[in-house]
Design a protein around this ligand. Structure first.
Ligand code: ADP
Ligand code: MG
Length: 731
C-alpha cells in the first residue's frame, strides 16, 4: 500500500478521544515558570550578583567575570531545582533555524570525583564548532572558530528537548575576528543605534527620557496538516512546500474556513503549544483561523524587539516539536500550496520611552502631538529613503511566491497612513513657505487627540494591501515572510530609523542655530520631510496593476525576485548607512549577501531536484500503470470484436496521457541540463539570477501544469501522492 493510502486509513481510525483536551491550567499559574526572570534571580542570587544582572539587563552593561560565576551558580541551582541536567548556548545562526550544542553540568574533578558544575566562563562564552554554519566566507575553514556570547538582555530558559530538560542561554554568535555570524548581534546593535538617536530627538519634548526601546508584536501565520499525509509527499518533507498538486474542487472561495471554528485536533495542538509557550514566557494572546483552509494565525502581546524576536524563533521551534506529538505537521513556508493564500508574519512595530510613552501614538496636547508627528514623519522618510533595503530585508525564495501574488503586498514598498493623517500631512505641507511662530495655529491646532475616533475608523478600515501600514499607534510591516527571522526586518527598520532621526536632529539644530524657535524649526523640518517623502505614501489598492504603473511613474523600486532584491544590501549607500550606525561592517554585509544568495540557490536547487524525482519516481510510474489498464481494456474490447466506437474515448485518454508524459519528461530533462549550466557559474549573484530565470521561471510552472493535468487524468487509486483536498481538508 502506498504511504498515501496508509495515511488516509490512519486518519479514518482517529477518534476524538485521540486528541481530547488536557485540562488546562490558568495561564497566570504557569506563565514564565521556565524562565530565569528577575524574580527567580532575586531568589537564587546574592545581592551583588542580582544587582549586576539587573543593571546589565537594563543598561546593557557588561557582566563582570567575577560576578558571572555567582550568577552561573544561581542559574544552575534554579535549573536543577526543576530537574535540568544539561545546558546549551542557544543562538540563531543565519541558516534560519536555531542552534544548540548541549553540555552537561556533570564534570570530573582532578581526583576523579564527579561533580555538577556550571561556571561563569561556561555561562558567558562557548565555542561551538562554527564550521558548519554559514559565514559567507568570513571564516576560511581552517579558521573555523567562532564563539557564542551570553546576551543578558534575553533571559535564560528551560526547554524540553527530547526527553530531557535543557537550560538554554540566549547568546549571540560571532567570529573570532569579531564579525557577527547570526541574526541577533546586528539586531542588538541596531536597537542601540535607535535608542541613542531617538532619545536625542525625544529631548526636544521631554528631558526625562533616557531610553527608547523599539517594540515588536508579530502575527504568525502557518498551516497545519496531518503528519502522515505530509510524510507521504517528498516535496513537503524536503521543501516544506508542494511543488505540484491539482487544485481541489473546493479551495478558499467560500471563505468558510476564516469564519469557521477551529477543528478539534488542531485546537488540541494549539492549546498544547500555547501551554509550552506560556511556560517560556511567550505572551500569546490571539489564535484564529486564516483565510486559506488549514491555515491559522497566532499573535502575542507586543514586547521589546529583542525579546519578541527570540520568542518568535522559540515559538516556531515549539510549534514544530509539539505538532509531532499530535501527529500533525506545521508548515511555516510562505507558499506551501498554490492557488490558496500563503503565509506571512506581520511585524507590528513602534517605539516606547522609559517614561511610558508610545512614540507612535498621537498625544493629548499640541506638544505631545508634535512629538508624535516627528516620529511618524521620520518613519515615513526612513522608509522612503531606504525602501530598497526594506525590500531586501524580506527577500527569500519562499517570499517570492507570495509578494505581489494578489494575496500579499506587492514587492513595491509603500506606506499607508489612512485618511485622517493624510489630511493632517496635507495641511502641514500646505503651509510650506509660510512663516509662523511657536504660538501659531499650525502647531497649536495639531489636536490629534480630538480626532481619535477618526483615527480609529482608519485603523479598523485599514488597507490590507499595503506592505507598511500605520495602524493607529504603530506601523505594521506586512510583507515579512512567515518563515523569516523577524530580526532581519527589524535590524533594517531600526537602523534606517536611527539614521533618519539623527539627520533630522542635525537639521533642526542648524535651524535653531540660525535663529528659529525650536517648535518652528521642528515644524519646518517636518514639512520638508513630508515633501521629500510623500512619493512613498499610497492609500489605494496595492494589488492593482494601476499601482504598479503609478509606482513606476513615481520611481519607486519594484524588484520582484530575491537575487536582485538582495543587491540593495551591498550598495554603497547601504554600506555607509550600516557602518555609520555601527550595525554592519562592509565585510559583514558582503558575507550576508553571499549567504542569502547561497540560501536562495540551494532552495531552488532542491525544489528542482524534488520536482524531477516526483515526476520520474512517482507520477510517471502511476501514469504508465494506468495507461496499461487502459491498454488492456482496449485490447479486450478489440478481441471481443466491438467496434472502434467502444474504445475511442479510451484511446483519447491514452493519447492525452502519453502527450503529458512526453512533455514533462522532456521538461525535466531540460531542467536538469539548465541546472548543470547554472552550477558551473562561479559568481553567486549571477548563479542565483540564472537559477531564478533559467530553472525556476522557465520550468517550474510548466512542469507543474502538466503534472497537475496528469493528476486529474490518472485513476485515483493509482495515484500514490496525497492530493490537495486530502492535505487541506482532512485532519
Ligand atoms: P490585528 O492586527 O489583528 O487587528 P492588533 O491591532 O490589536 O491586532 O494588534 C496586532 C499586533 O500588534 C499584536 O501582536 C499587538 O501586540 C501588536 N501591537 C500593539 N501595539 C503595539 C506597539 N505599540 N508596538 C508593537 N506592537 C504592537
Ligand atoms: Mg495585523
Amino acid at each position: 500500500m502506498s504511504l498515501r493510502f496508509a495515511a488516509l486509513e490512519n486518519l479514518n481510525k482517529l477518534s476524538e478521544s485521540d486528541f481530547a483536551l488536557k485540562p488546562s491550567k490558568k495561564i497566570t499559574a504557569i506563565f514564565g515558570e521556565n524562565v530565569f526572570t528577575l524574580k527567580s534571580a532575586r531568589e537564587y542570587l546574592s545581592d551583588e550578583a542580582f544587582k549586576s544582572l539587573a543593571s546589565s539587563i537594563k543598561g546593557g552593561k557588561k557582566i563582570d567575570r567575577a560576578v558571572a560565576s555567582q550568577i552561573a551558580n544561581g542559574i544552575r541551582s534554579w535549573a536543577e531545582s526543576k530537574g535540568v541536567t544539561h545546558f546549551t548556548h542557544w543562538f540563531q545562526p543565519l541558516t534560519g533555524t536555531t542552534a544548540e550544542k548541549h553540555d552537561t553540568f556533570f564534570t570530573l574533578k582532578g581526583d576523579g570525583t564527579a561533580i555538577e558544575e556550571f561556571d561563569g566562563g561556561a555561562l558567558i562564552q562557548q565555542e561551538p564548532d562554527a564550521s558548519s554554519f554559514p559565514s559567507g566566507g568570513l571564516r576560511a575553514t581552517f579558521e573555523a572558530r567562532g564563539y557564542t556570547a551570553w546576551d543578558p538582555s534575553s533571559p535564560a530558559f528551560i526547554m524540553e528537548i527530547g526527553n530531557g530538560l535543557t537550560l538554554c542561554i540566549p547568546t549571540i554568535f560571532v567570529a573570532y575576528t569579531g564579525q557577527s555570524l547570526d541574526y541577533k548581534a546586528p539586531l542588538l546593535k541596531a536597537l542601540a543605534a535607535l535608542d541613542k538617536a531617538a532619545v536625542e530627538v525625544c529631548h526636544y519634548f521631554d528631558r526625562n527620557v533616557s531610553k527608547v526601546t523599539p517594540t515588536l508584536g508579530w502575527e504568525q501565520e502557518y498551516f497545519v496538516i496531518d503528519a502522515s499525509l505530509a510524510n507521504a509527499r517528498p516535496d513537503l518533507v524536503l521543501c516544506d512546500r508542494t511543488v505540484f498538486g491539482a487544485s481541489p474542487a473546493k479551495g478558499q472561495q467560500l471563505e468558510d474556513h476564516y469564519f469557521g471554528s477551529i477543528p478539534e485536533r488542531v485546537y488540541a495542538f494549539m492549546r498544547d503549544f500555547e501551554t509550552e509557550s506560556y511556560k517560556l514566557g511567550i505572551p500569546l494572546r490571539t489564535r484564529h483561523n486564516e483565510v486559506a483552509p488549514s491555515q491559522f494565525e497566532c499573535a502575542p502581546i507586543f514586547e521589546e524587539v529583542n525579546l519578541a524576536v527570540d520568542h518568535n524563533t522559540l515559538l516556531t521551534d515549539i510549534m514544530t516539536r509539539v505538532a509531532k506529538r499530535h501527529g500533525l505537521r506545521v508548515l511555516l513556508h510562505e507558499k506551501p500550496f498554490a492557488g490558496i493564500n500563503g503565509s506571512g508574519k506581520h511585524n507590528n512595530w513602534s517605539m516606547a520611552t522609559d517614561t511610558g510613552v508610545n512614540l507612535l501614538a498621537p498625544g493629548k496636547t499640541p506638544k505631545t502631538n508634535l512629538m508624535f508627528l516627528t516620529f511618524f514623519v521620520n518613519t515615513i522618510k526612513a522608509v522612503h529613503d531606504y525602501a530598497d533595503l526594506m525590500r531586501a530585508s524580506i527577500a527569500s525564495a519562499g517570499n517570492d511566491f507570495r509578494l505581489g501574488a494578489n494575496e500579499a503586498p506587492p514587492a513595491i514598498i509603500s506606506v499607508f497612513i489612512g485618511n485622517y493623517l493624510t489630511k493632517v500631512l496635507n495641511e502641514v505641507e500646505g503651509r510650506v513657505g509660510e512663516k509662523f511662530d511657536e504660538q501659531d495655529e499650525a502647531i497649536l491646532k495639531l489636536d490629534l487627540h480630538r480626532s481619535i475616533p477618526e483615527l480609529l475608523l482608519d485603523n479598523t478600515d485599514r488597507n490590507r494591501t499595503s506592505p507598511f501600514a500605520f495602524t493607529g499607534n504603530k506601523f505594521e510591516f506586512r510583507a515579512v515572510g512567515s518563515s523569516a527571522n523577524c530580526a532581519n526586518a527589524m535590524t533594517v527598520l531600526n537602523t534606517i530609523m536611527a539614521e533618519t532621526l539623527r539627520n533630522f536632529k542635525k537639521e533642526v539644530d542648524s535651524l535653531v542655530e540660525k535663529g528659529d524657535k525650536r517648535e518652528v524649526a521642528l515644524m519646518h523640518t517636518i514639512q520638508r520631510y513630508i515633501v521629500d517623502s510623500k512619493n512613498v505614501l499610497f492609500e489605494g489598492d496595492g494589488y492593482s496593476e494601476e499601482w504598479a504603473q503609478e509606482a513606476e511613474r513615481r520611481g519607486l523600486p519594484n524588484v520582484k525576485t530575491t537575487p536582485l532584491a538582495l543587491d540593495a544590501m551591498i550598495s554603497d549607500k547601504a554600506k555607509a548607512l550600516f557602518e555609520r550606525n555601527g550595525v554592519y561592517q562592509h565585510d559583514e554585509l558582503e558575507a550576508r549577501h553571499e549567504i542569502e544568495l547561497e540560501k536562495y540557490i540551494k532552495k531552488v536547487q532542491i525544489e528542482a531536484r524534488v520536482m524531477g524525482e516526483i515526476t520520474t519516481n512517482y507520477v510517471l510510474p502511476s501514469a504508465i500503470k494506468y495507461q496499461n489498464t487502459i491498454i488492456n481494456n482496449i485490447r479486450g474490447l478489440k478481441e471481443l470484436g466491438l467496434g472502434e466506437n467502444s474504445y475511442k474515448s479510451q484511446q483519447k485518454v491514452l493519447q492525452r496521457i502519453s502527450d503529458l508524459i512526453g512533455a514533462v519528461s522532456e521538461d525535466v530533462t531540460n531542467m536538469i541540463e539548465a541546472r548543470k549550466v547554472c552550477n558551473n557559474i562561479p559568481d553567486s549573484r549571477e548563479k542565483a539570477i540564472r537559477y531564478c530565470t533559467d530553472v525556476k521561471e522557465k520550468y517550474f510552472d510548466k512542469i507543474r501544469y502538466n503534472l497537475d493535468k496528469l493528476e486529474l487524468l490518472v485513476a485515483d487509486e493509482e495515484w500514490t501522492l496525497p492530493k490537495y483536498r486530502e492535505m487541506l481538508f482532512l485532519r
